[in-house]
Design a protein around this ligand. Sequence first.
Ligand code: PHB
Length: 386
Amino acid sequence: MLSHLLHLEGIDSVVLESRSRDRVEQRQRAGILEQGTVDVLRASGVGDRMDRQGLVHEGIELRFDRECHRIDFPSLTGGRAVMVYAQTEVVKDLIARRLADGGHVLFEAEATAVEGISADGTSADKMDGGRPTITFRHGDAEHTLRCDVVVACDGFHGMGRRCVPAGTLHTWTRTYPFAWLGILADVPPSCDELIYARHERGFALHSMRSPTVSRLYLQVTPDADLADWSDERIWDELEARFAVHSDWNLERGPITEKGITPMRSFVAEPMRHGRLFLAGDAAHIVPPTGAKGLNLAVADVTLLARALTRWFADGDHAAVDAYSQTALRRVWRAEHFSYLMTTMLHPDPEAGDFECRLQLANLRYTVASTAAATVVAENYVGAASA
Ligand code: PHB
């Protein structure tokens, strides 16, 4: 996305992707696009397929105590909604567009070192002087790339953030006493909108990828082993957690993929060191409840593309200097919302009955009060001011 936005401003970039094209085009991530994300994709000319194939969702269901409650987005957010369009499809569209535009996207290119990020890193300079270099392996050869700036968009486990000198970054980490077991199934979704269900047996989420492919999740323990989860056990457990008093049926179908996702909150500050910028998961992780990860990454790089454009065009470094602080306001808002959704909907196996009752009281309030429902709706669609 960043490479595409920079290209539109006439700025060259090289994307080093350590995985294969196939792998990044298949890897499952939440794909709920906020209006702001949809707007950026459309405005930059990569929204056509999304507009044809994406599903506009105007609400979600909160399910607890065997009852269904709908949170209506447009009425609570001044007309906003979200777009259900898989993250894999966004990635495919962006790769296709960069390659069609002659962009340099190198797959299976592994960066091994980044040097010189702070050699001349004060923003008062005009981009002359020392430039950082990236050393990377591609094919059988080692290469060196001399850059004006390096942007670490390489995820939580990437090497980018680790290039910042020790002691420079402040980090916050929270782990949760559960994980998500996610499946992809060749079966039409059993619902029109996403269902976030809280059940004594654990949280469950019914999401979708298309009118014929469903995506579902179950709360499991962090040490859960996929080998213990047969397809039948997964469907039985999902059925139990989604059960309601009214007649509602969970359709079953062939499971085509299974995986376990850890739940983590993480923030690193500041999101810049000299000529190295951090964006997306390299700088922050949210638990998936609320589907903020992709949206935060797109917001980061949209901000950064604008800031770098001004810096490169006329040496104006105000926006580059403000990047970290500006990005982090939205990041912390999303951190709070993801934490809220996670703690509201997952029974904590280590907590007692008191916490359980509080959780249910909070859920009941969330669906009964317009003010409380607005908190969920505004944050979900990305309209909450930070
Ligand atoms: C997904 O479709 O994978 C998904 C949707 C919503 C979430 C998390 C994941 O909150």
